[in-house]
Design a protein around this ligand. Structure first.
Ligand code: GDP
Ligand code: MG
Length: 437
C-alpha cells in the first residue's frame, strides 16, 4: 500500500461537484496515507489544509482537487537553489558523497559517474575514501571497472585524508572534470564519523557535499540529513532506493523539514537507475500519472539516434526481423530495471509492482530468445515468414527447448512486430520521434 496507491484512491473518491462529504473523505484518506508514509504530522496538516482550501476556493470537483493536490505537492518539493548536477566555475568539480552506512553512497557514486560520463561527456575520477570497511575499496573497483571510470585508491594507508589529498593532486594534474569522493558511513551518527568526515571535507575542499538518503528509512533519513546539515553542511540530497515501497514520504520530509534541495533520485540497483530530481515528475508519479518525459529521456540516453532511425525505417517497410528484436531487447537491458521504467508510464504504476523482481539482464525469457535466435540461419533471422513447422522443430532442438516455447516466443515476436508497425503509422511516427528527441 504505497503513497501513490492511496493518492490514486483518494482521487477516485471525488466524483461529484459540490460534494463536501466526498472532499472530506478524500482528505481523510490523503492524511492517512501521508502519515503512514512517515511524513511529519505538521507537514501533513499544512498540506491537507492547503489542498482543502484551494479545492473549496476553486469549487469542489475532481479537477479542482487534483489541481490543488498537484500545486501543493509541487510547492513543497520545489526548492530554491541548485537542480541536478552543477559544475564548478573552475574544474575539477569536487563532490563529497556522505551518508550512513548502507544508504547507497557507493552505488550512487557509480551512478553519478555514469551519468556524468555518458550524458555530460565528462572525465570523472572516483576516490575510494571509505577505508573503514574492508570490502569498500573492492566494491568500488568492480563498479569503476564496469562503467569504465578511473578510480583513485591506495591500500597502503588507512587514513582517508592522505588518500583524498593525493587524489586531489592527481585530479588537478590529469585534468579531470569531476572528482567524486566516496566516504565511510556508520550505522548511526557518532562523533568519530563526523570528525573523520570533517577532516576529509577539509582536505577535499568540495564544490558541493551530497547526502545520500535511503528512501526506505522514512523519518530517520530526515533526522539524519538534518544533523549532517548542521555538523558537516550539505548542499544537496540524493534519494536512493526510491524503487522501494516506502518512497514518497521521505521526499516530502526532506524537502519540507531539512530544506536542502533534492538533486537526484536513485531507483534501482543498476548504474543507469539515476535521474535528476524534478518536482513535476515526482508529483506526477506520486499521483499515479506517470512520467513520459522521464521515460523518453532515459530511452534516448541509451538508444543511438542513428540506430533508432534505421529501425523505424525498417519497421515502416515491414522488415522488422529477429536481429532487430534481439537488438531491442539488448537496449532495453541498458535502460535499467523494468520496474522503475514501468512507473514512468501513465497508468502503469500498478504494473510496476507486479514487475518488482523482473530482471531483464538475468531473465530466463531473454536467454531463451537469444538461444532461439542463435539457432536460426541468417536467412531465417531476416525473414521470419520462412519458419514453417519443420524449421520450428529444428529450432526447438537446436535451442534445447519445447516446441511450445518456440511457438510462444514466435508469437511474442509477431506481437512486437505488430506493435512496432502500429507505432510506425503517421501518428505513431510522430510519437516515436517525439520520444526519441
Ligand atoms: P553505502 O554503504 O552507503 O556505500 O551503500 P551501498 O552503495 O554499498 O549500497 C547498499 C545496498 O543498497 C547495496 O546492496 C545496493 O545495491 C543497494 N542500493 C543502493 N542504491 C539502491 C537503489 O536505488 N535501489 C535499490 N533497490 N537498491 C539500492
Ligand atoms: Mg560504501
Amino acid at each position: 500500500d504505497t503513497l501513490t496507491d492511496s493518492f490514486t484512491s483518494a482521487i477516485k473518491k471525488i466524483r461529484f461537484h459540490d460534494d463536501e462529504k466526498a472532499l472530506k473523505k478524500a482528505l481523510a484518506e490523503l492524511k492517512k496515507a501521508l502519515l503512514k508514509a512517515d511524513v511529519h504530522h505538521k507537514v501533513v496538516k499544512e498540506l491537507i489544509d492547503r489542498v482543502e482550501l484551494d479545492t473549496k476556493k476553486a469549487g469542489i470537483g475532481k479537477d479542482q482537487f487534483l489541481d490543488a493536490m498537484r500545486f501543493t505537492l509541487h510547492d513543497l518539493l520545489k526548492s530554491e537553489g541548485h537542480q541536478g548536477f552543477v559544475f564548478a566555475a573552475n574544474p575539477p568539480t569536487v563532490i563529497l558523497m556522505t551518508g550512513l552506512q548502507g544508504s547507497g553512497k557507493t552505488t550512487t557514486t557509480g551512478k553519478l559517474a555514469t551519468y556524468l560520463k555518458e550524458q555530460k561527456k565528462k572525465k570523472v575520477l572516483i576516490v575510494a575514501a571509505d577505508l573503514q570497511r574492508m570490502a569498500a575499496v573492492e566494491q568500488l573497483r568492480q563498479i569503476t571497472e564496469q562503467i569504465g571510470v578511473d578510480l583513485y585508491e591506495d591500500e597502503a594507508t588507512k587514513n582517508p585524508v592522505e588518500v583524498v589529498t593525493a587524489a586531489m593532486a592527481k585530479a588537478k594534474s590529469n585534468l579531470y572534470d569531476v572528482v567524486l569522493v566516496d566516504t565511510a558511513g556508520r550505522l548511526a551518527i557518532d562523533e568519530e564519523l563526523m570528525s573523520e568526515l570533517k577532516q576529509v571535507r577539509d582536505a577535499a575542499k568540495p564544490s558541493e557535499i551530497f547526502y545520500v538518503a535511503d528512501s526506505m528509512t522514512g523519518q530517520d533519513a530526515v533526522r539524519t540529513a538534518q544533523s549532517f546539515k548542521e555538523q558537516i553542511g550539505i548542499d544537496g540530497v540524493i534519494l536512493s532506493k526510491y524503487d522501494g515501497d516506502a518512497k514518497g514520504g521521505v521526499a516530502l520530509g526532506i524537502a519540507s523539514q531539512v530544506q536542502v534541495p533534492l538533486r537526484f533520485i536513485g531507483a534501482g540497483e543498476k548504474m543507469a537507475d539515476l535521474e535528476v530530481f524534478l518536482p513535476d515528475r515526482i508529483v506526477n508519479r506520486l499521483m499515479g500519472l506517470g512520467d513520459i518525459e522521464g521515460l523518453a529521456e532515459k530511452a534516448s540516453s541509451v538508444i543511438d539516434e542513428k540506430q533508432a532511425k534505421k529501425l523505424t525505417q525498417k519497421i515502416k517497410k515491414g522488415q522488422f526481423n529477429f536481429n532487430d528484436f534481439l537488438e531491442q531487447m539488448e537496449s532495453m537491458k541498458k535502460l535499467g530495471s523494468m520496474k522503475s521504467l514501468m512507473g514512468m508510464i501513465p497508468g502503469m504504476g500498478d504494473m510496476s509492482k507486479a514487475l518488482k523482481d523482473f530482471d531483464l539482464e538475468n531473465s530466463q525469457e531473454l536467454k531463451q530468445i537469444k538461444a532461439l535466435v542463435s539457432s536460426m540461419t541468417p536467412k531465417e533471422r531476416e525473414n521470419p515468414d520462412l519458419l514453417n513447422n519443420s524449421r520450428k522443430q529444428r529450432l526447438a532442438k537446436g535451442a534445447g527447448m519445447d516446441q511450445m516455447d518456440v511457438n510462444r516466443i514466435l508469437k511474442q515476436f509477431k506481437n512486437a512486430a505488430k506493435m512496432a508497425k502500429k507505432f510506425s503509422g503517421k501518428k505513431g511516427m510522430q510519437d516515436l520521434q517525439n520520444m526519441m528527441s
